[in-house]
Write a protein that binds this ligand. Structure first.
Ligand SMILES: Cc1cc2nc3c(=O)[nH]c(=O)nc-3n(C[C@H](O)[C@H](O)[C@H](O)COP(=O)(O)OP(=O)(O)OC[C@H]3O[C@@H](n4cnc5c(N)ncnc54)[C@H](O)[C@@H]3O)c2cc1C
Length: 431
């Protein structure tokens, strides 16, 4: 390991681990508050990432950090709806967001190519004054007397240095640096799926306003496909199901798994048949997880570094952006108050936990073959609006009436006991 000439650690108000959507959002919010923020990003952007379908309630966060003009000027297809398709190929009436929200704002969202979207988010953070350093890997969370004081960083040439800050934000994505190193990472009791995906060029796109729709197409009793139209004539297609099912008969190769499942849904089969697969076949397991704690003294977790939920309702980027904004504001307040204790972030943790739990309940209902969203809304029309809200990512509200309607058909899980601040050692820590 090489070291830099010793000039003492660098100092800033907040150091952010990871330059994905959650890290860039938190950092941009803090920079807008006038804070000195450094993002450390392991990769050189643009880099590949999955997570391409946005949902309407990404809008408030994108508006807050000034991303909307960039998205409106982009080539990303507009997404107006989500539809569900039965294994036989029968498509439901799409859920059009503009039937409930303003067509010119929240109701309009996008299907993005993450390499381009994440680059835009990073450029935007820099424009707002964030010091973003690519090819800088955080190798250690630094602690003193039990509280976090910053990070040790490795540059691409192998040299290392320290950055000290009163608050560190962990936005390291599924690597979940802090949760993994502190043994806070907890799997979900049931949502332990595997995803396999690839890309097509020239596959079929539905006409008109449905061109950018997300389609969720069922594999009988087992799982589902996503079909996400992107720009440049590309479509992202993936299948999600239990690992045991996807790897039955000892098949482990992602390409073989993927093509074995395609005929399981007639709509998917028809839509990809004129297209050409392009690029790699990807696979990921270790699916849904949460960190037991949302914070520690001098540390806050955001986005996937805090928790990841099965992507059936495309909630990941929304939760990343939402937690990024909330964490940015909470850290700014902590800096104003000179209090960086774990407990200072209790309200932040409770808000994010509420959103994830509401979405998680709906995901559980989705995976129960006895449940049909259409049946539930036909029988209880008064919950249609709430269902659309939850599916659209407006998750910070009381959904008791909605989940009571679902309880006639399925068990709705209790909240997991997570999202609290870790029992920190300190209160009112001076900067
Ligand atoms: C199969 C699948 C399908 C999905 N589909 C969707 C979808 O359709 N819509 C949706 O909204 N979401 C989807 N998601 C979820 C989405 O990908 C994530 O929720 C989202 O990317 C989270 O953003 P983030 O900023 O928290 O993490 P990330 O986007 O993962 O960013 C984390 C960043 O941290 C960097 N990093 C990690 N470790 C270090 C380190 N030690 N030092 C420095 N940098 C580090 C990484 O390089 C990375 O750039 C999907 C996920 C999966 C697995």
């Amino acid at each position: 390991m090489k070291s830099s000439p010793s000039t003492g650690p660098e100092q800033c108000d907040c150091v952010v681990i990871g330059g994905g959507p959650s890290g860039c959002t938190a950092a941009t919010v803090l920079a807008d508050h006038g804070r000195k923020v450094i993002i450390l990003e392991r990769a050189k952007f643009p880099r590949y990432h999955i997570g391409e379908s946005l949902i309407p309630f990404t809008y408030p966060a994108l508006e807050r950090i000034g991303m909307l003009p960039k998205l409106r000027a982009s080539a990303f297809p507009k997404k107006y709806s989500v539809q569900f398709v039965s294994p036989s190929g029968r498509a439901s009436q799409p859920f059009y967001f503009f039937n409930r929200y303003d067509r010119e704002s929240v109701a309009q969202t996008w299907q993005v190519l993450r390499s381009e979207f994440d680059q835009m988010m990073m450029d935007n953070a820099r424009e707002h004054g964030v010091d973003v350093r690519e090819e800088h890997t955080v190798v250690e969370l630094l602690k003193q007397n039990g509280r976090h004081i910053g990070v040790r960083v490795r540059r691409a040439d192998g040299s290392e240095f320290e950055i000290h800050a009163p608050v560190t934000i962990d936005a390291s994505g599924r690597e979940a640096l802090a949760a993994t190193r502190n043994a806070w990472r907890r799997g979900d009791p049931k949502l332990n799926k595997v995803a396999v995906w690839t890309y097509y060029t020239g596959a079929r796109r539905d006409p008109g306003i449905d061109e950018g729709a997300t389609t969720v197409a069922f594999v009988p009793d087992k799982g589902w496909f996503w079909y996400i139209p992107q720009h440049n004539n590309r479509i992202s297609v993936g299948v999600v199901a239990d690992g045991k099912y996807l790897t039955r008969d000892g098949i482990k190769d992602p390409k073989t798994i993927f093509h074995r499942e395609v005929p399981e849904n007639k709509w998917i089969e028809d839509h990809v048949k004129d297209g050409t697969p392009c690029g790699e076949y990807w696979i990921t397991g270790e699916y849904t997880y949460r960190s037991e704690f949302c914070s520690d003294d001098g540390l806050v977790l955001v986005g996937d570094a805090y928790g990841f939920l099965d992507p059936v309702f495309s909630s990941g980027v929304m939760l990343a952006l939402k937690s990024g904004v909330a964490a940015g504001d909470a850290v700014h307040q902590a800096l104003l108050d000179g209090d960086f204790s774990s407990a200072k972030f209790a309200a932040y943790g409770a808000a994010i936990q509420e959103g994830i739990e509401n979405m998680r309940k709906l995901v559980y209902a989705f995976y129960d073959p006895k449940v049909s969203f259409r049946t539930v809304t036909n029988e209880s029309p008064e919950v249609h609006g709430l269902l659309t809200d939850c599916l659209s990512g407006d998750v910070s509200k009381d959904f008791t009436v909605l989940f009571d309607a679902f309880r006639k058909y399925t068990e709705i899980p209790e909240d997991l006991p997570f999202g609290l601040p870790a029992p920190g050692r300190s209160s009112m820590i001076a900067a």
